[in-house]
Each structure stands twice: as structure tokens, then as C-alpha cells.
Write a new protein. Structure first.
Length: 280
């Protein structure tokens, strides 16, 4: 493909996106509303659910990983920051993966750029993720004021404002993975079950429940650091938990992997998007 042809296709893609951007907004809003439809608490679950998860996991694992650990300032907040990003990645990729199956009836009748469905699933999950940040603020203030679980050692700095950087990186990474999974799930339905198992294992292969320093086996440390989620979670913690400058090595690695994954996801999606309707 020549540079001129590639530029023409890119320009056409941008024009199509501009034309349907309002539809993307409406689909995202619809997904947010449907998630809490017929629920008494509604969107308040975006606040309550991560709080309940943090409480249960803190009770179970604080005595193992959090007690008198020099690598953890406040275990419940440490756990909360890791779970927030992991839950977003887990939920957004699963929602994107099943987006075509859930909207197959509409796809067969009405023409809409097919990437709108996985994108709206990911963006709606990101909205829920952003709402959950208010819960993080409340949790941080509670432990800071009470001093429970070492909360008195928590310090807020201006670097907390940079938390949007790892949030954007995990959004790009999740979008790339979600686009790939959305295509694979159309051709191979078993991918839904395989991904469910992998994401469950992933939670324990990323330092969410424990600090990386507790791992002493070198090859396991290498495997953990290769995982892009580790870099993004650690960058987020450096901003809102430790109040230290973000590691440029982690930032560079996470940025390259996120952009590369998004680019690869777009290529795979464009390659197979025209054939998807025949397999729904």
C-alpha cells in the first residue's frame, strides 16, 4: 500500500468517525444506563462495588501482605488503587469481546461502523471507572483521618493530578485488546471462556494484592514486569499513593505497548470487520 493510499484511507476513516461520533456518545450513554437498569441504587453501585471488594480483600489479605510491610503505606488504599485499574481492564475487554453478539440484531439491519460497538462498551466502562475514583478519594481521606492500617502515613502531593496519564494509557491498551478480542469472539466463541480464565489468573500475576518486593524468584519478577498492567498500576500508585515522580522507564514502556497494542488492534479489526456480519 502506497503512502498516498494509506493517507486517503486514514482521512476517510476520520471523516466517518466524525460523522458517527454522536452515535458513539449515545451508545456509550445507553450502555451506562443499561448496566444499572432496574437497580435500586443505580449508578451508586459504581461507588459501592469497589468499596465492598476492597473491604473483603483487605480483611482476607491484610494480615498476609499488609501487616508491618515496609513496601506498603496503607494496605487498603494500596489494594484499592490496584483493583480499580485491573477491574477496568477486565470489565472493558470482556464487554468489548461480547459487543457484537449482544448487538447482532442491529448490526444485521442497520449500517453503522462496526467499531462503534466495542468502543462504546469500553468507553462506558471507563465512565464507571472515572466515577469509582470518587470512592478512592473517600477511602483515602478515611484512612488518612483515622490513621487505621497506617493511613496516617498517606501524603497527597500535586503529582496526584498526573493520575490521568496511566488512566489514558490503560484506556488505549484496553481498547486495543478489546478490538482484537471482539473479532476473535465472532470466529471462536470459546475465546470468551479462555479470556475469563486468563483474566482471573492475571489478577494474581500483577502486584495488586501484594508488593512486588515480596517476590524473590527472578524469572517471576521478569514475567510480572513484562506485563503492561504492572507498569500502569505502578504509575498510578506513584501518583496517588506514593506521591513520587513517575518512573520514566515504566512510562516509556507502558506508552509504547499501549500505542502498539491499539495500532495492532485497529489493523486486525480493519482486516476482518467486513466479514464479521457473515459469522454473527
Amino acid at each position: 500500500m502506497s503512502a498516498k493510499t494509506a493517507e486517503k484511507e486514514l482521512s476517510h476513516g476520520v471523516e466517518v468517525f466524525k460523522k458517527y461520533k454522536n452515535l458513539l456518545f449515545e451508545l456509550t450513554r445507553k450502555n451506562v444506563k443499561l448496566k444499572y437498569r432496574n437497580s435500586w441504587l443505580g449508578i451508586f453501585w459504581s461507588f459501592l462495588q469497589p468499596l465492598l471488594n476492597m473491604t473483603v480483600l483487605s480483611v482476607v489479605f491484610a494480615g498476609i501482605f499488609g501487616r508491618k510491610s515496609q513496601y506498603i503505606i496503607c494496605y487498603p488504599v494500596f489494594l484499592f488503587t490496584g483493583r480499580l485499574l485491573y477491574d477496568f481492564f477486565n470489565t472493558s475487554t470482556k464487554q468489548a469481546m461480547t459487543s457484537f453478539r449482544r448487538n447482532s440484531a442491529i448490526i444485521k439491519k442497520v449500517y453503522v461502523p462496526k467499531y462503534m460497538y466495542p468502543l462504546s462498551s469500553i468507553f462506558s466502562t471507563f465512565v464507571t471507572f472515572a466515577i469509582s475514583l470518587t470512592c478512592l478519594i473517600v477511602v483515602w481521606l478515611f484512612f488518612k483521618i483515622t490513621g487505621i492500617s497506617g493511613g496516617a502515613n498517606l501524603e497527597i502531593t500535586w503529582r496526584a493530578l498526573l493520575c490521568f496519564v496511566p488512566m489514558i494509557l490503560i484506556l488505549l491498551f484496553s481498547t486495543g485488546v478489546g478490538l482484537i478480542l471482539s473479532v476473535l469472539a465472532v470466529y471462536f466463541r470459546d475465546i470468551e471462556y479462555i479470556w475469563d480464565v486468563l483474566t482471573r489468573l492475571l489478577m494474581y500475576m500483577v502486584p495488586i494484592l501484594y508488593p512486588l518486593q515480596r517476590i524473590t524468584t527472578r524469572w517471576i519478577i521478569i514475567v510480572i514486569k513484562i506485563n503492561p498492567l504492572y507498569s500502569m498500576i505502578e504509575l498510578f500508585r506513584q501518583c496517588v499513593l506514593y506521591g513520587i515522580p513517575m518512573s520514566w522507564k515504566l512510562l516509556l514502556y507502558a506508552s509504547v505497548v499501549s500505542v502498539a497494542t491499539l495500532g495492532f488492534g485497529i489493523l486486525i479489526f480493519n482486516w476482518k470487520s467486513d466479514d464479521l456480519i457473515y459469522h454473527l
